[in-house]
Design a protein around this ligand. Sequence first.
Ligand SMILES: *Cc1c(COP(=O)(O)O)cnc(C)c1O
Ligand code: SF4
Length: 448
Amino acid sequence: MLREDKIRCDDIKSHKIQTYTLQNFRKIPQIESMSTEKQHEIEIVGNVFPFKTNNYVIEQLIDWNNTQNDPMFILNFPQKNMLSEAHYKKMKFVLENYSDQKEIINVANQIRMQLNPHPAGQLEFNIPKLFDGTKLLGMQHKYKETCLFFPSQSQTCHAYCTFCFRWPQFVGIDELKFAMNESNQLIQYLQEHDEITDILFTGGDPMIMKAKIFSAYIDAILEADLPNLKSIRIGSKAISYWPYKFITDNDSEDMLEIFKKVTDNNLHLAFMAHFNHLTELSTPSAKLAIKKISDTGAIIRTQSPILSKINNNSEMWSKMWNLQVQLGCIPYYMFVVRDTGAQKYFGITLVEAYKIFVDAYRQVSGLARTVRGPSMSATPGKILIDGIITLNSQKFLTLRFLQCRNPDLVQKPFYAKYNENAMWIDELQPAFSNKFCFELDHVKTKFN
Ligand SMILES: *Cc1c(COP(=O)(O)O)cnc(C)c1O
Ligand code: SF4
């Protein structure tokens, strides 16, 4: 049973954010009444993965009568099975036998390094350089048209998703932290690369920034008057985790003014909203936030990974897409959960993801069929699982690049041997040769 029918009445008044992390989560009233064993589980796993939640999530989204299965609880609170048994035992042992914080962090880091903290070659590739050779660590430029920008003030979120592939940035493994203070370098890079049409503010969540700080970046970009720039995108989960950012926070009006300034300057403001579950769209505050953002001329597009225990059924997706369209949002991406962190816990097979996608897609009108997926953000690019075909009574998977490091490969279908258990591209075999198209040396050349 989906929960969207439940009437929720969070009244629209000023709300003070109360943040909970590993240090104070036992003060959450609903947690206090849980068994000490359960609390200890949260603590053990929360020492490895980042953990943060807030009063909106706790009061409006989580079903405290069903924490065993509640998607919103699982989305925010560390779960025992997110760690392998061996890692869990190791962390438990250290917490119970050492009081030295250094030792605890050491062990946590050892475990973290075994959880593929840099999927899709994030550290080796994509880091752009200015013509003078300066490395821009707070940016990533993977696909020709779009560059990602990580403002140093948005290296956190209003709450953390337990599946998040950006988790290493939040746990303070220092060299993993991308961030940049300066908009000067960003602008210089955009001037040097006129193929870039889109800049995507990301993090963390850029909407954690106060309007004043965010406006410094936006004003600099607008003032630079870059002829190649067409769109500013903001990747954010704030509508889900803190919709008050756009309705009652003391800088909410200022933030909306910035959006309006962008659209008034004839740039497209694309608000890339993350919604993992229908519940996140069910509160009056979230709906009002969507309306307020849309009223600025910004367009909200939606995306989410498909996750076991959270949203791995087609009814959930068709209902989400329908509701998003109804609220004026454009469904954009369904992702396959990345091969990092707690992938084993949330992952589903590519074939299962494909079947859920197709089943959901068939249930919605054309207006919601703007969505694409399921897509893997892998090292060479965004790979869509496009179909299952049978040729000469043998089954294959059809794949296609939605985005690729090498633009020549975009939209070209390619094939893999059918594999019902594969959860990521590296578990697939090419269908008709010994290498995938993106593995051939002459196409591996990067564009930047
Ligand atoms: C998804 C993504 C983009 C944006 O791709 P679009 O298909 O244009 O939405 C840009 N950079 C990176 C690294 C991405 O993963
Ligand atoms: S809001 Fe986005 S960046 Fe933040 S924890 Fe969730 S998925 Fe990660």
